[in-house]
Design a protein around this ligand. Structure first.
Ligand SMILES: C[S@@+](CC[C@H](N)C(=O)[O-])C[C@H]1O[C@@H](n2cnc3c(N)ncnc32)[C@H](O)[C@@H]1O
Length: 309
C-alpha cells in the first residue's frame, strides 16, 4: 500500500473513531458541541461540552468495541480523573475505582479544599429552611457532606447546634476539615467515614440528619440504607432532611433535570433522579412521617421527614 493510501486509511479510521466517540457521547447524553482537530494528534485529543462543563479529553485506547478516554475540565486538578466509555457505557473513575461526580464537576483549590459553585448557590436557600425546621440545640449529622461548604456555612449560622459531617471519600473528609479549620468553627466534629450502606454507622445518636444531593448519585439501595440508618440514630420526632432534584408524580419537573437524569444513568445505570413520592412512600414504611415538601431554586426540592414515635 502506498504511503498516501496508508494515510488515507488511517484518516478514515480516525474519522470513524471520532464518529463512534461522538455517538457514544451523544448516547451518553453529553451535549457534544465540537471536537476540534489538533494537527499533530487529532484523533487523540479534543474538547467536548458535557453538561455545563467544557472538558478536554484524550483517547487512551481505542478498539472497535471500546473507547477509553481521559477527560478533565480545565481547572480540574485531581490526577487521574477519567471518564471511561466502554461498550457504550460512560462512567467516571480514578485509579482506585469509581470516581465521584462531585470531583468531576467540582474544583480542588490549592489548599486542598474542594469547591462547587452549586453548593455556594444553594447553601443560602437551604439554610433559610433549616433555620425553621431544625431543633434549636443538639447534634446534626450530615450524610455525604462532600466538599464541606454546606456544613461550614450552616455551622457558622447556627452556632448552638453541634455538627457531625461525614463522607465515605477520604479526600472529601480532608476538604471538610479544611473548610472547618479555615472558618475556625468550634461546633463541628471531625468528619467521619460514613457509607450509608455500611452498618453500623459510626454515629450512635443525632437530633437531625441531613442528606443533600446524594440520593440521585447512588443506587436505590443507598436510599433504603439511609432511611434505615437515620431511623436508628434519630429519636422520636427527629428530623430527616433531604434535598436534591426529584421527579414529581412520575414526571421530570424541568428539561434540565431530565438531561441531568439521562447523564447520571449513562454514568451508572443504578443512579438517577428518584420519584419524590417513592422516597416518601419508602420513608413511611421505614417509620417516617412527611412534614413538608418545599420547592427550592433551580428545580430542586427539600423533603422534611419526622421520625414517628
Ligand atoms: C453530589 S455529591 C453532594 C455533596 C454535598 N452534599 C453537596 O450537595 O454539595 C454526593 C455525595 O454523596 C456521597 N455518597 C455517595 N454514595 C454514598 C453512600 N453510599 N454513603 C454515603 N455517602 C455517599 C458522595 O461521597 C458525595 O459526597
Amino acid at each position: 500500500m502506498s504511503r498516501g493510501a496508508r494515510q488515507a486509511l488511517a484518516d478514515s479510521h480516525a474519522v470513524r473513531r471520532m464518529g463512534v466517540l461522538q455517538r457514544l457521547l451523544r448516547e451518553a447524553s453529553c451535549l457534544t458541541h465540537h471536537i476540534t482537530a489538533n494537527q499533530a494528534s487529532y484523533e487523540q485529543t479534543g474538547r467536548v461540552r458535557c453538561g455545563i462543563d467544557q472538558l478536554s479529553f484524550r483517547i487512551l485506547r481505542c478498539s472497535r468495541r471500546e473507547i477509553d478516554l481521559s477527560v478533565r475540565s480545565p481547572d480540574h486538578r485531581e490526577a487521574g480523573a477519567m471518564c471511561v466509555i466502554s461498550r457504550g457505557r460512560l462512567s467516571w473513575r480514578n485509579s482506585s475505582g469509581w470516581f465521584p461526580m462531585l470531583k468531576v464537576l467540582g474544583q480542588k483549590l490549592d489548599d486542598g479544599r474542594w469547591f462547587t459553585a452549586s453548593a455556594e448557590r444553594n447553601k443560602g436557600p437551604i439554610l433559610a429552611l433549616l433555620e425553621r425546621i431544625l431543633p434549636r440545640t443538639g447534634l446534626v449529622l450530615e450524610i455525604g457532606s462532600g466538599t464541606g461548604q454546606h456544613v461550614a456555612h450552616f455551622a457558622r449560622a447556627l452556632p448552638e447546634l453541634n455538627w457531625q459531617p461525614s463522607d465515605a471519600d477520604a479526600s472529601f473528609r480532608e476538604s471538610i476539615q479544611s473548610w472547618v479549620r479555615r472558618e475556625n468553627l468550634g461546633n463541628v466534629h471531625a468528619p467521619v467515614d460514613l457509607d450509608v450502606c455500611r452498618f453500623p454507622w459510626p454515629a450512635a445518636h443525632a437530633d437531625a440528619v441531613l442528606c443533600i444531593n446524594m440520593i440521585h448519585v447512588a443506587p436505590w439501595a443507598a436510599t433504603e440504607a439511609l432511611l434505615t440508618g437515620a431511623k436508628d440514630v434519630l429519636g422520636d420526632g427527629g428530623v430527616l432532611f433531604l434535598y436534591g432534584p426529584y421527579r414529581r408524580f412520575g414526571r421530570h419537573t424541568a428539561p434540565s433535570n431530565e438531561a441531568f437524569d439521562t447523564q447520571l444513568r449513562a454514568s451508572d445505570p443504578a443512579w438517577g433522579l428518584r420519584d419524590l413520592e417513592a422516597v416518601v412512600e419508602l420513608a413511611a414504611t421505614a417509620g417516617f412521617a412527611l412534614a413538608e415538601v418545599v420547592a427550592m431554586p433551580a428545580n430542586n426540592f427539600s423533603v422534611v421527614l419526622l421520625k414517628r414515635s
